[in-house]
Write a protein that binds this ligand. Structure first.
Ligand SMILES: Cc1cc2nc3c(=O)[nH]c(=O)nc-3n(C[C@H](O)[C@H](O)[C@H](O)COP(=O)(O)OP(=O)(O)OC[C@H]3O[C@@H](n4cnc5c(N)ncnc54)[C@H](O)[C@@H]3O)c2cc1C
Length: 479
């Protein structure tokens, strides 16, 4: 059974016939497919797979399998469909919405043994990789060929490309470069029945049929298991520079963000920290940040050196015009990297404040960021919680982060209620409950408020078309 100490918004249990039915016969069949050493089923062995990076959610699987090929994935899925046993695909388990928590038990299928970079083509500007390749491995291999893999989640050192595609991960470059879906050209995917499909391919232009590649991107392991990805690459920008501006308040920073975009610059970096984050980061990393500022805005661009320099000056001018109290523009790549550190270490800095951090990603239209942060602060005060907010200002993608001590009475319940109100506030502002972290089990209770009953019903019909027995990641999207 799933456990969610926060109660309330826990996973919804239904009378779905797909439940854990792992017996000795199934274990023997799984071992015959992937090899005995790649099947784990003792309580101690499966325990680490009860959780992902989402605090407050856990549920133990019965068995964990580590397939090494598309054929092995297909054979496991055929067995699972025959026996009506849930299968939860898993990469690094770094998602933040309980997407890999096996809420109905069953099989966790870990794809990290499939870690080959099959091809990098500088001529076609693409890479073909297996799903267990980490984001950083692909980015580094592309960089070695003078190419950029643009999706840039903060978890890139551990997250897998399969997980990035399944979550449609975003990151720090979203405004200028888009998110994972903008780069996925083709997929090899195994359906729950064991059928192997290839969607899309190597082409930037291909409109033959429904766009199944896009449908599978962001499907959170509920429609199929991705076994190969063809992803677009870009030429590596010649240089990248960053600046930082401090403002008396987030409202001032918000006006600067709107002004920068209206001025016609599409920055590669446009990130903000609120006052609480600035203090936490300064205490943690001693970067010399102005802790009395109301907000900090990081702005940056990449490309040809003269264009980058000009764009940074335009952004700095706009920040000054909107009341920035101090502005520094990194004149060299190393200085820029040091400035970016303020953003990169926000989460570790906040994690030190209390034993548990709950990181969310409500998203609103860009001009409403300051209003949204105000609402978050009011909600935090009402629930007596420490919630600091940082995020991708260019995308309106906010990461309000609650720092709590679970031993503190009903702190987990208060967090859950507070974030329920935060999501509602985002929806009230024409925003969404998640900009990049996904729905998983954690946000399923809020999904209908975002999509409406008709779209929810259509999602369920799509799910049934791909996975008639409902074995793939049940209790999540499409349930
Ligand atoms: C410190 C930190 C920073 C982060 N920063 C960002 C960020 O900037 N932007 C962002 O968007 N996210 C971010 N994340 C969230 C997370 O890292 C991403 O969602 C990432 O894409 C998950 O990859 P993973 O390999 O860990 O996938 P997992 O967590 O293992 O799985 C995620 C989902 O994908 C499914 N899945 C995994 N592999 C496959 C496959 N081969 N086929 C089908 N389904 C599959 C799973 O079933 C699950 O539903 C961050 C997380 C942390 C902990």
């Amino acid at each position: 059974m799933p456990s969610n100490p926060a109660g309330g918004a826990s996973v919804t249990m239904t009378s779905d016939p797909v439940t854990s039915r792992v017996d000795d016969r199934l274990l023997a069949d799984l071992e015959a497919v992937v090899g005995e050493q790649h099947v784990r089923h003792t309580p101690g062995d499966v325990h680490p797979y009860s959780r992902d990076a989402t605090p407050l959610f856990s549920s133990a699987p019965d068995v964990v399998v580590f397939p090494a090929s598309t054929q092995e994935v297909a054979a496991v899925l055929r067995l699972a469909t025959e026996r009506r046993v849930p299968v939860v695909p898993r990469g690094a388990g770094s998602n933040l919405c309980a997407a890999t928590v096996p809420v109905r038990g069953g099989i966790i299928m870990v794809l990290t043994r499939m870690e080959q970079i099959v091809e990098i083509s500088a001529v076609e500007l693409l890479a073909v990789v297996q799903p267990g390749v980490t984001t950083a491995m692909l980015a580094d291999a592309a960089a070695a060929r003078g190419l950029l893999f643009a999706p840039d989640p903060g978890s890139r050192i551990v997250s897998t490309v399969g997980g990035n595609v399944a979550m449609c991960a975003g990151g720090l470059r979203g405004l200028k470069y888009g998110v994972t879906r903008n780069y996925v050209l083709g997929l090899e995917v195994v359906l729950a029945t064991g059928e192997v499909l290839r969607t899309g391919g190597r082409l930037w232009k291909d409109v033959a049929g429904y766009d199944l590649t896009r449908l599978l991107t962001g499907s959170e392991g509920t429609l199929g298991v991705i076994t190969e990805i063809t992803t677009a690459l870009l030429p590596m920008p010649q240089t990248a520079l960053t600046g930082v501006a401090y403002f008396p308040s987030l409202a001032h920073a918000g006006r600067a963000v709107s002004g920068i975009i209206t001025d016609g610059v599409v920055p590669a970096t446009l990130e903000f920290l609120d006052q609480k984050c600035i203090g936490a980061v300064e205490d943690y990393a001693h970067l010399g940040l102005h802790r009395d500022a109301g907000a900090l805005l990081l702005f940056g661009d990449d490309g040809a050196p003269d264009v980058v320099k000009r764009n940074l000056q335009r952004m700095a001018d706009r920040c000054a015009a909107e009341g920035a109290i101090d502005i520094t523009v990194g004149g060299a790549v190393a200085e820029s990297e040091a400035l970016l550190e303020a953003r990169r270490c926000s989460l570790p800095a906040l994690s030190r404040l209390q034993p548990l951090t709950v990181l969310e990603d409500a998203t609103v239209p860009r001009p409403r960021i300051a209003e949204m942060v105000d609402r978050i602060d009011q909600i935090a005060e009402r629930y007596n919680l420490l919630i600091a907010t940082f995020g991708h200002a260019g995308d309106g993608n906010l990461h309000p982060t609650a720092c709590i001590n679970p031993a503190d009475g009903d702190a987990a319940v208060r967090v859950e209620r507070a974030f329920g109100e935060v999501f509602q506030a985002a929806l009230d502002m024409d925003g969404t409950i998640t900009g990049e972290h996904g729905v998983g089990a954690a946000k399923l209770p809020y999904l209908q408020a975002r999509l409406g009953a008709d779209q929810m019903a259509l999602l369920r019909r799509v799910k049934a078309a791909f996975d008639p027995a409902g074995i793939l990641n049940p209790g999540k999207l499409g349930s």
